[in-house]
Ligand binder design. Sequence first.
Ligand SMILES: Nc1ncnc2c1ncn2[C@@H]1O[C@H](COP(=O)(O)OP(=O)(O)OP(=O)(O)O)[C@@H](O)[C@H]1O
Length: 321
Amino acid sequence: MSAAPLLDVADVHKAYRLPRPRPFAAHGFKPALSGVSFAVIAGRSFGVVGESGSGKSTLARIALALDRPDAGAVRLEGRSLFDLGRRDLRAQRAHMQMIFQDPFGSLDPRMRVERIIAEPLAAQGGVSRAERRARVAAQLQAVGLRPGDAQNYPHEFSGGQRQRIAIARALITRPKLVIADEPVSALDVSVQAQALNLMTDLMRDAGVTFLLISHDLAVVAHICETTAVMFRGKIVEAGPTAALFASPAHPYTRELVDATPRLDRAPKAAAPLSAPPAPASGRGCPYAPRCPQARPRCGEDAPALTEAGEGRRVACWFPLG
Ligand SMILES: Nc1ncnc2c1ncn2[C@@H]1O[C@H](COP(=O)(O)OP(=O)(O)OP(=O)(O)O)[C@@H](O)[C@H]1O
């Protein structure tokens, strides 16, 4: 029997209104997410990878109920976030925290670190000032900073230290789910691994479930047991991370893996991530000859993920629009 998901994202659609309608854009809207579904099991880290513009940040905002989808549902422990009243939504949101990409922009430069980290606690209410102070000090130590750092301002810290502050803030309420959107991409490569290891250790110790969003396969492979690959607002492949990257079944995942630099590989000319060539007939899937599912007409009728062995689910290449 499979475990009930902590977070369940079901058939989510989202389109943004174009500032100026463009030719061929349906009704002046640009789709950002088209039928995205996945489930995050409590205690298991889940990664979403995809190139820039594939819809990752839109997905993060919707998963946190910071933005509404046009259709579909997001459930936290079975409760549909967008059907909740204001107060219940606030209570559910307290179980989720976010770590943003930019450790510079996400910390208010006018606030001392103590206030920044204690903010989610203050928003929850019911915690005395003395307890807030004690918990901030403990959390600072947990992320490798000094309790005395609480009285400093963000500009007094390095990028890596600021991201530690952001991690401390995300964990202070002991949330069930942390959504991290490109948490290390703004950091120097030398401190990326440190920050990732810190995050995984703390999440494991605190029993926090982690939804990690990144364009970087190496980052996701470092942390996540399960990964979904996004391309142009759709999940095209999902499954156990190691198997997915070792033998990608979907042509786009293959392109992504091949384009990822590895130290043990001789340099070769990087192939740009590209849309597949348009099918000659204008119909069907250009990858049909090497389709892992041997469904030559998949582009027309199989946008949904299908089972493809090793616990993996793969979508056929959907015509690009
Ligand atoms: N507020 C907005 N208004 C209009 N279009 C938007 C808005 N936010 C995102 N988009 C568009 O939606 C698509 C998905 O954007 P999103 O930021 O979710 O992608 P992403 O994968 O997170 O990209 P990146 O890694 O570059 O941040 C993009 O084409 C983007 O231009």
